[in-house]
Design a protein around this ligand. Structure first.
Ligand code: PEP
Ligand code: MG
Length: 659
């Protein structure tokens, strides 16, 4: 018996929805298959189902054979026709290796290393701070099978051994999932691996190979390679990334079979610098982060999973070194600068002394600054200056709160979009923004709407090839052209605003119509939510001032919005016509240039005259040498990396005291 339908599951049967579909199918005794384009696979295997690559709006047939076939078809068709199936709880699992690799910025060997840095490499500065310490190379060895054909009487025993190993891996993953300390993101990753470990595809393939006379380790390696190759061949980025998951699970099973543990991070010495080509979720979930002095990786970029974890734990990190990381395999000691991306192998005595001095100075400064954590800094006239945090994920909340952030002045939502292989759903976004609002209430959380362009593509949005992506279809321009994406985010923000003090700001604004058109969309979203009976609350709408045009129309813009937040990173590059990523024009890219300072002053004047809040969320907001000038100009909110918060509070207090 069979029935056909059009799949309405949002974004199709990718990992989580496929797993749920399988769970549902397994609840029935009948044999159940899903058929697409004439190809039928068991509906009880999530791997096979994922490999069928069923997309939203495609036609499929559910086929069932058995006592409860009618009920099975009814339930499974109902699932396929539900757009929200699979989207109702945790964040989508992501593949850490792929996540990191994707966003890795190209690394370059230092053209001319500074004096004393002859062994210098340069990667992506992913988490600020400097570190020096013994190298702890984490390059797990390749696993090889025995390559011996089994005797017929050995096969049953080998299958038992294999099944026991699979059960042990599943149990280990279940224990990891039961840990309260696991973040939502890490939980998603481990859950995805657990699904693969529990799936008949991998275990079935491996058992077939054992029955053919292969030892269990060889069988697992072959089975994992076959399934991974299938995932790699599908024309879908998200499914391609599952290949790494299959290898990771296969590796865990092999290690149990061999009675080995992966080179463990458990024993990393205090203050050591962790060096790896990539660090997987499994390692991350178990790593003693408090003991790690610094992280250096071949993979990864500033927005990769490991970068976020490193930042939130205050661990300096340089990522994206590519193959250069191999030069570190035999290093004894390593120094790294997470502010510049420099890595020095076996530093000489002068460099050692320099880094040790900087590490000590930083530690001393940190210790002296903790007293400012709970301070509410004020201007001389008593007006409170909000010192808030710039963050890009829920994992960073803790670090921001630890630092004493008075709310969030910039929540970069790009990461939410970049970490996944498809666009995040409205529910997932609403949950994320609500969690943020709850964490900081009653302080405000300023969420910036999606600020993305051709230089940082994300799955689910086709960007045209552009000669100048920084002057192209990005930020608010792209959002207004894609109301399907923009409205999903605005609806999520309206829903989240019920839970705290959410404010919303628009990036890359250069024309007033961008604000008025957004406001109209916000009203439209609010009306829709009302009609749907969905709770929502309105929010203050502000703009980032980061284009010269926005500065020049600031008096008119100020009448349209509730606040300004000056984005000095982009404002500097656009005012100075100097690409912020191009080191050859780095000298021009200077916020203290009089042209940029006068743009900031013009903006502040316009905002103050209109009586709206003027803040700053560019990197300059955390600079102790500039804070006094910004406050004199009339800025009352400064938002920065959590690591700069206590120093900024101290600077403001000193200024108010007339020091
Ligand atoms: C800025 O441009 O100053 C800013 C804060 O935004 P981003 O660095 O994300 O472009
Ligand atoms: Mg910007």
């Amino acid at each position: 018996m069979e029935r056909s339908t059009i799949v309405r599951v949002h974004e199709g049967l990718h990992a989580r929805p496929a797993t749920r579909f399988v769970k549902l199918a397994k609840g029935f005794e009948s044999d159940v298959e899903l058929v697409k384009d004439g190809k039928a696979v068991s509906a009880k295997s999530s791997v096979k189902l994922m490999l069928l690559a069923v997309k939203e709006n495609q036609e499929v047939t559910v086929r069932a054979n058995g006592a409860d076939a009618i009920e099975a078809i009814e339930a499974l068709i109902g699932y396929l026709e539900n757009p929200k199936a699979g989207l109702d709880d945790e964040a989508e699992p992501q593949n850490p290796a792929n996540d990191a690799g994707q966003e890795a910025a190209p690394a370059s060997v230092l053209q001319s290393p500074p004096a004393g840095e002859a062994n210098g490499l340069r990667g992506v500065a992913a988490s600020e701070g400097v570190a020096i310490g013994p190298a702890f190379a984490h390059f797990p060895p390749e696993i090889a099978g025995q390559g011996r054909l089994l005797q017929a009487d050995e096969i049953a025993g080998e299958i038992d051994r294999f099944r026991a190993a699979v059960a042990a891996v599943q149990a280990r993953m279940d224990r990891a999932l039961a840990q309260d300390s696991l973040s939502a993101g890490d939980r998603g990753i481990v859950a995805a691996l657990r699904d693969i470990a529990a799936d008949d595809s991998l275990t079935g393939e491996a058992e077939k190979a054992i029955k053919g006379g292969n030892d269990a380790v060889s069988a697992v390696i072959t089975a994992a390679s076959t399934i991974a190759a299938d995932f790699s061949a599908v024309d879908d980025h998200y499914l391609n990334a599952r290949a790494d998951d299959v290898h990771a699970v296969g590796r865990q099973i092999c290690l149990v079979l061999l009675g080995q543990d992966d080179v463990s991070l458990e024993n990393i010495p205090e203050g050591a610098i962790l060096i790896a080509d990539d660090i997987g979720a499994w390692d991350l979930a178990r790593a003693p982060l408090k003991r790690i002095g610094g992280v250096i990786c071949g993979h990864g970029g500033a927005t990769s999973h490991i970068a976020i974890i490193a930042r939130s734990h205050g661990i300096p990190a340089v990522l994206g070194l590519g193959d250069q990381v191999n030069a570190l395999r035999t290093a004894r000691d390593v120094a790294l600068d997470g502010n510049t991306g420099h890595v020095i192998i076996d530093p000489d005595a002068a460099t050692r002394a320099d880094y040790a001095g900087r590490v000590e100075a930083a530690a001393k400064e940190r210790a002296g600054l903790t007293a400012f954590k709970t301070v509410t800094p004020k201007r001389a006239d008593g007006k409170v200056i909000e010192v808030a945090a710039n963050i890009g994920s829920l994992e960073e909340i803790e670090a921001a709160q630890e630092a004493g952030a008075m709310g969030v002045g910039l929540f970069r939502t790009e990461l939410l979009f970049m970490r996944h292989m498809h666009l995040p759903s409205e529910d997932m976004q609403a949950e994320t923004y609500a969690a943020l609002a709850k964490a900081f209430a009653p302080y405000p959380v300023i969420v910036r709407t999606l600020d993305i362009g051709g230089d940082k593509p994300i799955a689910g949005i086709e960007f045209p090839d552009e000669e100048n992506p920084f002057l192209g279809w990005r930020g608010i321009r792209m959002c207004l052209d894609r109301p399907d994406i923009f409205k999903r985010q605005l609806r999520a923000l309206l829903r989240a605003a019920v839970h705290g003090n959410i404010k919303v700001m628009l990036p890359m604004v250069s024309d007033i119509s961008e604000v008025t058109r957004t406001r109209a969309l916000v009203d439209e979203c609010a009306a829709e939510l009302k009609a749907e009976g969905m709770p929502y609350a309105t929010f203050d709408l502000g703009v980032m001032i980061e284009t010269p045009a926005a500065v020049l129309i600031a008096p008119a813009l100020a009448k349209e919005v509730a606040f300004f937040s000056i984005g000095t990173n982009d404002l500097t590059q656009y005012i100075m016509a100097a690409d912020r990523l191009n080191p050859t024009v780095a000298k021009l890219n200077d916020v203290t240039n009089p042209a940029v300072m006068s743009a900031i002053e013009l903006t502040a004047k316009a905002g103050v005259a209109a009586g709206i809040m003027v803040g700053m969320c560019g990197e300059a907001a955390g600079r102790p040498d500039l804070i006094a000038r910004f406050i004199e100009m009339g800025l009352t909110e400064l938002s920065m990396s959590p690591a700069s918060i206590q120093r900024a509070k101290k600077t403001i207090m000193a200024m108010a005291a007339g020091d």
